[in-house]
Design a protein around this ligand. Structure first.
Ligand code: BGC
Length: 756
């Protein structure tokens, strides 16, 4: 039944309203029989439906009902494919619907600030545009099925350490351009029915009671209409949350918070209007759910196929020396590593689900080549970090006897998980030692990685190929086998930088901070924005990934030579050609370098991308809209467009950008008024006083050098006179006080008034 919200609100008692501000149990909301409001169910996400039927728990420890396990965020994002994310969102939505789940807790779109964050496997990217567009596509796909998505965790929740109490101290510009931006894109493009606030504080105020975040920015600036839910047990002082716009607390706590709300209203500490606002959002969502009350039957076979596709599209070929891959099907292959038979394909914690249909790498390899061609050795004990000599010996022996050795390894659950951060970028020593030993025994060694976040690869120079398959979900095994044998041409590109050393990461000195706070001192220079600007060479750059074919880019063009606010959006185009002999997909990436005169800007910012399929020899024209060029101006508290020449670069990774274009932009920042600290250099080109400024500069220089010319004094004065405040000219006799006054009037356009 669709509720008449305002009427219902008028009739409800304070007690009834307060009861709707928190959940019933772990996953459901409270019913309210008098208004025929039924309880509804939400469940984790984000890489499948984790529907616990028995005992509920927070960390995914207890078994849940079977569901298709899709790749986790890192892998999905490496596809750079919004259509794919839509399909995955839709497939999870259909499974949720069939289980009577109204809302799924995902996608998880937090920025990857440090590769050490234990939950990075679940998150999408270090870039807000990429994560925002992919997150929005997932939400759209899911909601089209009549199931609400819940982007999380809003906001600046970029580490697991002290996650429930830590204060993330982030400057306003960095928040707006990076950490909030990703949510802004998701909210504006896909209107999620629910949004989850984060556990942490932001600049001294808990996200769940942060009015600036939940009301001023989310609702007033971005126009959000959905419901804001807390993270599980993420409430601090509930009445303060209600006042800030934190609509629903989950899970329920047996009415403790409801009573606090009632008492706060009765004591005059909380307005009933604030409670009404939370309930209004609850009822709006309730009505949306009522309209979507249809039944859907999921097709698990089809969803498994989507999972296979997603795992393949998200796998990134990092190295392929001597074109060792794809492998030919008549080779003798030593399959090494316990992950080949017991793969790590999803992460630990609240997203951990019960996979419906596992494709194990070993089984999948046996589907492609005969069992006689394959040998197997575990190589390491997944529970033990230290190398086990006998296991390595056995692996070396089978590697020696084979044409090729393929090692499945990566990170174990003890190395990365929700709930704690990683301590190092290294893989377990048992895996590193195995790779080195096997590579010595057989030069044709291929490494397939199963991990959720970047690792260092001290053995990179000793192996021929590396396939990053991330945590690829239940179908990771078939995706890896298909890529190894060339049945699928890899097309994934890293959605995050793999640093050469942990110390190179820009957050290194300030991650994870101290027990009470963490400072985001690197500011907007997260990920490749830093590596590119500081010219620090990573192990593998953002946007990078190889293919079995080759592509060329040409004929770059911009739809307009100049742009100002209000103009048609600018589109960048180029031709992409498959210059190799296999069909394949290329991700065309567009980056921008802003002039950087009004604000410090990164050398590269991703502003658009598209993925294109090409047959051998085929060429296509791609059109990519430039997403937006604004930066956040903290002095004016607004988005502004910097004026000047923008460099546009097009390529297939943040380090390979062969096409270079230019766009002239008219800025929006209004000139500040001129005053006695205006610098001489600012006036040299001024139409009214430019000549005077040039003459004065000359006179000042002659006076200061006393006519003695040498290169050093010339250079010194050439530079320093540009930065001379008018006040210094006054004090050195070059600008009498009366003249300074008139000059400022002329500059500030007040001369007419003065003449009157
Ligand atoms: C996690 C959320 C999750 C929730 C419910 C929390 O600990 O941070 O991402 O949705 O638990 O399981």
């Amino acid at each position: 039944m669709i509720l008449e919200i305002e009427k219902v609100l008028q009739e409800m008692t304070l007690e009834e309203k307060a009861s709707l501000c928190s959940g019933l149990g772990y996953w459901d909301t409270k019913p309210l029989e008098r208004f025929q409001i039924e309880s509804f169910v939400m469940t984790d996400g984000p890489n499948g439906v984790r529907m616990q039927e028995g005992t509920n728990d927070r960390f995914g420890l207890n078994e849940s009902a079977k569901a298709t396990c899709f790749p986790t965020g890192s892998c999905l994002a490496s596809s750079w494919d919004t259509d794919l994310l839509y399909q995955v969102g839709a497939a999870i939505g259909r499974e949720a619907k069939a289980k009577n789940v109204s809302l799924v807790l995902g996608p998880a779109v937090n920025m990857k600030r440090s590769p050490l964050c234990g939950r990075n496997f679940e998150y999408l990217s270090e870039d807000p545009l990429l994560a925002g567009k992919l997150g929005a596509a997932y939400v759209k796909g899911m909601q089209k099925q009549g199931v609400g998505a819940t982007p999380k965790h809003f906001a600046a929740n970029n580490q697991e350490r002290f996650r429930q109490t830590i204060d993330s101290r982030v400057d306003e510009r960095t928040l707006r351009e990076i950490y909030l931006r990703v949510f802004e894109i998701v909210v504006k493009e896909s209107a999620p029915w629910m949004l989850m606030s984060s556990y942490n504080q932001i600049n001294g105020c808990f996200a769940s009671q942060n009015r600036k975040l939940l009301t001023d920015i989310l609702r007033k600036d971005w126009g959000y209409q959905g419901l804001v839910v807390t993270d599980w047990y993420g409430t601090n002082v509930r009445p303060l949350g209600v006042a800030a716009g934190q609509d629903l607390e989950m899970p329920g706590n047996g009415g403790i918070s409801d009573r606090e709300i009632i008492e706060a209203v009765q004591a005059g500490e909380l307005s009933e209007d604030a409670v009404d606002e939370c309930v209004r959002h609850f009822l709006m969502l309730y009505n949306t759910l009522q309209k979507e009350d249809t039944q859907v039957k999921p097709d698990y076979e089809e969803n498994h196929r989507i999972a296979v596709k997603a795992a393949a599209e998200g796998s990134v070929l990092l190295k392929n020396e001597d074109k060792i891959l794809p492998l030919s099907e008549n080779k003798k292959i030593a399959v090494i590593g316990s992950f080949a038979k017991k793969p790590r394909y999803q992460g630990g914690g609240s997203s951990h689900l019960n996979a419906n249909h596992m494709d194990y790498p070993w089984d999948q390899l046996t589907q492609i080549v005969s069992k006689e061609q394959l040998t197997y050795a575990a190589g390491y004990d997944p529970e033990v970090n230290e190398p086990v000599e006998e296991l390595i010996e056995e692996a070396k022996n089978i590697a020696e006897a084979a044409d090729v050795a393929v090692i499945f390894c990566g990170l174990t659950d003890n190395f990365e998980s929700e709930g704690f951060d990683r301590e190092t970028l290294s893989m377990p020593e048992s895996h590193n030692a195995l790779i080195r030993a096997v590579a010595k025994a057989n030069p044709n060694t291929v490494v397939v990685l199963e991990n959720g976040s970047p690792v260092t690869m001290p053995w990179l120079g000793e192996v021929k190929a590396v396939l990053e398959s991330y945590l690829g979900g239940e179908a990771a095994g078939s995706a890896a086998a298909d890529i190894l044998f060339g049945r699928v041409n890899p097309s994934g590109k890293l959605a995050e930088t793999f640093p050469a050393r942990l110390e190179d990461n820009p957050s290194y000195l300030n991650f994870p901070g101290c027990s009470s706070y963490v400072e985001y001192r690197e500011g907007i220079f997260i990920g490749y924005r830093y590596y590119a600007s500081a010219d620090v060479k990573p192990l593998f750059p953002f946007g990078y990934g190889l293919s079995y074919t080759t592509f060329s880019l040409s004929d770059g063009a911009v739809s307009a030579a100049a742009y100002k606010r209000g103009d048609q959006p600018v589109t960048v185009s180029c031709k992409v050609k498959n210059t190799g002999s296999r069909a394949g997909k290329e991700v065309v990436q567009v980056y921008v370098k802003a002039p950087g005169t009004e604000a410090v800007r990164p050398k590269l910012e991703l502003k658009g991308f598209t993925k294109v399929f090409l047959e051998p020899g085929e060429e296509k024209q791609v059109e990519i809209p430039l997403f937006d060029l604004d930066y956040w101006n903290p002095d004016l508290s607004s988005w502004e467009l910097e004026g000047g020449a923008y460099e546009i670069r097009i390529g297939n990774s943040s380090e390979n950008l062969p096409l270079k274009l230019e766009l002239q932009v008219t800025g929006t920042v209004k000139r500040k008024t001129y005053d006695h600290n205006t610098m001489l250099g600012e006036l040299l080109e001024h139409e009214k006083v430019g000549e005077w400024a040039k003459d004065t500069r000359r006179a000042f220089t002659i006076e200061m050098t006393g006519g003695i010319e040498n290169t050093h004094t010339k250079l010194l004065l050439e530079k320093s006179t540009l930065e001379l405040p008018l006040l210094v000219l006054r004090n050195t006799g070059f600008l009498p006080p009366e003249k300074l006054k008139t000059l400022l009037e002329v500059l500030n356009g007040q001369e007419e008034r003065t003449q009157e």
